[in-house]
Design a protein around this ligand. Structure first.
Ligand code: PGA
Length: 252
């Protein structure tokens, strides 16, 4: 079975509830003709329930931008996987570089979040990526190996559809600098091999690996044409209907 492409919009800390509903409904209109691919959006927590209602007759997937490792309790500021499901989510973005670098999230914390999502039937999107300094020092593969192995520590899967990995080089996020198609494919193939080492080969083959970092209407086709690029995690260009419309209608 070929992997089903996933085009995902990470709205980060943007939009009020009414703005989010408006954007979600115009994305739903653009995505109405899309059948052979999945479309996901990840609004801020405050807008999730309202956007879920807007999307109720559509196939658009809703995701949280993070998820706690606990089901409930004294964790001020955190949102549990159960709460995300209750608000209409079926996925959660974990270990985004902004969480790692601005908020100091460690591989260990991210691993606990991955496990709590899996035990709540919420599909984790594990984000990994090297900084410019790490790439220039030729440490890219070492960093990614660590992020993948520690992020997926003690994780067992029945199928590869239970989890998604997103490769987002930190130097490409929000900078307008995208990895070239060759650079993306090289890393995605490396991650695929790593997943084969961690899980059984048939499971690793099913896991979708998204590329993220300045994906836009102009570069999406060439990135999606790469063998191991199974989708895109999009920030800035996901906040505008025209560019996200082009992204979800990528041609390869
Ligand atoms: P960007 O963000 O598309 O604005 O670079 C991507 C992301 O952070 O997921």
């Amino acid at each position: 079975m070929p992997r089903r492409p996933l085009l995902a919009g990470n709205w980060k800390m943007h939009l009020t509830i009414s703005e989010a509903k408006k954007l979600a409904s115009s994305i739903a209109q653009s995505a109405a003709d899309v059948q052979d691919r999945d479309v996901m959006i990840s609004p801020p927590f405050t807008a999730l329930a309202a956007v879920a209602e807007t999307l109720s007759d559509t196939n658009i997937i809703l995701a949280g931008q993070n998820a706690s490792w606990a089901a409930q309790g004294a964790f001020t500021g955190d949102i549990s996987p159960l709460m995300l499901k209750d608000a209409g989510c079926s996925m959660a973005i974990l270990g985004h570089s902004e969480r790692r670098h601005i908020f100091g999230e460690s591989n260990d914390m991210i691993n606990k979040r991955v496990q709590s999502c899996l035990s709540t039937d919420l599909v984790p999107i594990l984000c990994i990526g090297e900084t410019l300094e790490e790439r220039e020092a030729e440490n890219t593969f070492r960093v990614l190996d660590k992020q993948v192995r520690l992020g997926l520590k003690d994780v067992s899967l029945k199928t590869g559809n239970e989890i998604i990995v997103a490769y987002e080089p930190v130097w490409a996020i929000g900078t307008g600098k995208t990895a070239s198609a060759d650079q993306a494919q090289e890393v995605h193939a490396f991650v695929r091999n790593l997943l084969e080492d961690i899980f059984e080969k048939n499971i690793a083959t099913e896991i979708r690996i998204l590329y993220g970092g300045s994906v836009n209407a102009e570069n999406v086709d060439v990135l999606m044409a790469q063998k191991d690029v199974d989708g895109a995690l999009v920030g800035g260009a996901a906040l505008k209907t025209e560019s996200f419309d082009r992204i979800i209608h990528f041609q390869s």
